[in-house]
Design a protein around this ligand. Structure first.
Ligand code: HEM
Ligand SMILES: *[C@@H]1O[C@H](CO)[C@@H](O)[C@H](O)[C@H]1NC(C)=O
Ligand SMILES: *[C@@H]1O[C@H](CO)[C@@H](O)[C@H](O)[C@H]1NC(C)=O
Ligand SMILES: *[C@@H]1O[C@H](CO)[C@@H](O)[C@H](O)[C@H]1NC(C)=O
Length: 376
């Protein structure tokens, strides 16, 4: 079933490789890749860390992690959570990191559960990072992640549209309208207005999240002729809508109500509020998925793509929001395969290692491992 949707989606989803700027960074040809690997063995790939030894609440905006605004060469991207961690030194301030460093940072800084952290990070690394150098940019594509494997792998960083980054973001515009990786004040005004109208005491809470998430989809259906809202974007869009009600709320309150002042800090300034404490215990799939279910139930939708403005074509045959293992398989068998149709040698080994880490994150959800590049 997934094979059928591959063909059908690749016709509808605009190519992520059409940007001239990516061509100019000249990826390695197959021969150059072999030479590169012969002279520079692929990077060691450390295993991801396990769960925190001590996941209790603590001050995370602490003297060891001062806010420092990014310098002119530091990279920041579409994720307010990761931008903030880089600004506080939980991640390299350059914005280029190893995936295991990302897992550590989101566990330490916000108390993401180990499985959930690995799911987000290895999904992102496989589709936006460099498997040869084991580095990923949390912002735009950069030479700092080293020589690229052959095209069509894009190694685009988190800012590259059509991979992890997608449409209907809360505080960013759709890629059709401009740079989707930068904070947009008008969008934040809507975020604030929805919080004022629907949230308890004007906070961004689960009710505000449900209404805003619905409105962002409706608005994109009506205005973005190239809207794509299918797996895996549907899952990231819905989880990112509830993250702020969990991870951006001070762990001492932990009431699911994000004040607009704290929202401004995280989304716009990418700074932790003064005295910010992380969640009082690790939060993983069991903490997030019921919230996703709650906001979905208020305004259910079917995945689809716009074929022209206000012409949303449903794609019910693709994995839906609650087909978690289907989304895992879609990431691995469709999205990743577009970038790596037929990897060999050490490149394939590196991809398989990261695929194993991704699977370790979803094993607890009872998914069955899939092997896009065979099992040898
Ligand atoms: C762990 C690895 C993570 C990765 C790889 C990641 C990646 C991303 C990416 C690529 C986006 C852009 C999606 C889009 O809107 O098009 C995004 C958005 C977002 N992320 Fe993250 N993220 C991670 C963790 C976190 C954490 C821990 C938080 C909260 C503490 C967070 C909060 C958000 C929010 C709220 C958005 C939505 C922004 C908006 O819609 O305006 N993320 N993330
Ligand atoms: C866990 O960390 C907290 C906060 O830093 C600390 O108060 C507590 O003593 C630690 N617990 C253990 C068992 O180390
Ligand atoms: C709407 O999309 C369908 C395909 O899903 C297409 O056949 C039709 O021409 C489109 N209509 C308009 C008005 O663009
Ligand atoms: C996975 O399967 C086990 C055994 O059947 C079950 O107890 C558990 O609830 C399942 N977990 C999920 C997330 O579905």
């Amino acid at each position: 079933m997934i094979k059928v949707t591959v063909a059908c989606l690749s016709l509808l989803v605009p190519s992520v490789f059409a940007f001239p700027s990516y061509q100019s960074l000249a990826p390695l040809s197959r021969r150059e890749l072999e030479e590169f690997i012969a002279n520079n063995p692929v990077a060691d790939i450390p295993n991801p860390p396990g769960p925190l030894a001590n996941d209790s609440i603590k001050l995370v905006n602490d003297p060891a992690h001062p806010f420092i605004a990014p310098g002119p060469t530091d990279l920041r991207g579409p994720c307010p959570g990761l931008n903030t961690l880089a600004n506080h030194g939980y991640l390299p301030r350059s914005g280029v990191a190893r995936p295991d460093q990302l897992v550590t940072a989101v566990m330490e800084g916000y108390n993401l559960g180990n499985d959930f952290a690995k799911f987000l990070v290895y999904q992102a690394h496989l589709i936006d990072g460099n498997p040869l150098t084991n580095l990923i940019s949390i912002g735009m594509k950069t030479p700092l992640t080293g020589p690229d494997p052959p095209q069509p792998a894009s190694i685009g960083g988190l800012s590259l549209h059509g991979t992890f980054e997608g449409d209907t973001s809360m505080t960013r515009v759709d890629a059709f309208f401009g740079n989707p990786a930068i904070f947009n004040e008008q969008r934040f005004d809507e975020f604030s207005a929805f919080s004022t109208e629907f949230g308890v005491q004007g906070t961004y809470d689960i009710n505000a999240a449900a209404e805003l998430r619905h409105q962002r989809l409706q608005e994109s259906i009506q205005t973005n002729p190239q809207l794509v809202f299918v797996s895996p974007r549907i899952l990231s869009a819905y989880s990112e809508a509830v993250f702020p009600t969990v991870f951006f709320v001070d762990g001492r309150e932990d009431n699911g109500q994000l004040t607009l002042s704290a929202a401004r800090d995280f989304f716009d300034m990418n700074i932790m509020p003064v005295g910010f404490h992380r969640q009082p215990a690790a939060v993983s799939f069991p903490g997030i998925m019921p919230l996703v279910q709650t906001i979905f139930n208020k305004h259910p939708f079917t995945p689809g793509v716009n074929n022209g403005v206000n012409n949303f074509t449903l794609m019910p045959q693709t994995p839906d929001l609650f087909d978690f293992c289907g989304i895992y398989e879609d990431i691995v068998l469709r999205v990743l395969k577009i970038q790596y149709p037929n990897p060999t040698g050490q490149l394939k080994d590196a991809l398989n290692k990261n695929l194993g880490f991704l699977f370790s994150a979803v094993e607890g959800q009872n998914c069955t491992q899939v092997f896009p590049f065979g099992t040898d």
